[in-house]
Design a protein around this ligand. Structure first.
Ligand SMILES: *Cc1c(COP(=O)(O)O)cnc(C)c1O
Length: 277
């Protein structure tokens, strides 16, 4: 699986890609068996050429993830003829000093992608407002938002602090952001939580429950309880009264699914290794 030759559009590379996709789908189906919901496989096409996304689409794959807003916008243009394709933005737009206007322009540009289905990496009310105000009037459905949670506590990872109890959550940036979207961002829909998790937990996933996934589930339970207790929020968050969990990547997507994930994000396992930038 997943060798790292070149990404040129050769028949051999195409066959290898589709083989990887097929194998991933088999593992995905197997690990999903005991779930009462139908999870989503997001194929993370980041750094890979658009022909690969098209090839996967032709095999029936519909959800694709990018961590660069610029690449997402460019690929969405190249692949605009593919009906019902859904883009997921999973990246962080770093704030660099003096570059605020440029960053906001990029965020606005991202919202012009009509088949952008979700942003899985939101962490601030400022960004929620920028997206909410930018969404074009002709967009059909609200843009789904997943809040990124830093479950491992690693400083290099983006994401909001997880919560353990309702008391702790009441004052947390996570709960405040969730409420802010529900109350003040009519063009956004607060759909769930996303995490990346530590490599250590990922490597141990076959032996014991992944603690980062357990932390995300606990956070979800606390948040759901709080949102449910507010009747004015009824039907204004989640999917059928449940917050979605996006957890699991190439190394641990099966563990993620067994832990009850709704969305897994697989890059390397489908597209092959990425060149270092
Ligand atoms: C790159 C990336 C993935 C996919 O990672 P792989 O290990 O290649 O499957 C998933 N989620 C996020 C947020 C990413 O940036």
């Amino acid at each position: 699986m997943a060798s790292t030759t070149s990404d040129k559009a050769t028949p051999q590379r195409r066959a290898e890609l589709l083989q990887n996709l097929a194998e991933t789908k088999i593992c995905f189906a197997e690990a999903s068996k005991s779930l009462s919901h139908a999870p989503t496989l997001v194929a993370v096409s980041k750094t890979k050429p658009a022909w690969m996304t098209r090839a996967c689409y032709e095999e029936g794959q519909r959800d694709f993830g990018e961590n660069s807003d610029i690449d997402l916008v460019n690929k969405a243009k190249k692949l605009a003829d593919l009906d019902n394709l859904r883009w997921h933005f999973i990246g962080v737009m770093k704030k660099t000093e003096g570059d605020d206007l440029r960053r906001q322009a990029r965020m606005r540009e991202l919202t012009t992608v009509s088949n952008l289905h979700a942003i899985q990496s939101l962490t601030s009310t400022e960004d929620a407002d920028i997206y909410n105000n930018a969404i074009p009037a002709d967009r059909k459905a609200p843009l789904n938002m997943l809040l990124q949670v830093n479950t491992s506590g690693e400083v290099q990872k983006s994401g909001l602090q997880y919560v353990d109890t309702e008391t702790e959550a009441a004052d947390s940036p996570l709960f405040k952001l969730a409420c802010h979207i529900i109350e003040h961002c009519p063009k956004l829909h607060f759909q769930g939580l996303m995490t990346i998790g530590s490599q250590t937990e990922s490597l141990a996933s076959s032996e014991r429950p992944n603690q980062d996934f357990e932390t995300l589930k606990k956070t979800r339970d606390v948040l759901e309880g709080m949102l449910r207790s507010n009747p004015t929020f009824d039907g204004r968050w989640g999917d059928n009264g449940k917050l979605l969990l996006s957890m699991g990547m190439t190394a641990d997507f099966e563990a993620g699914l067994r832990a009850g994930s709704h969305i897994v994000r697989v890059g390397t396992g489908i597209f092959g290794a990425r060149r270092m930038k």
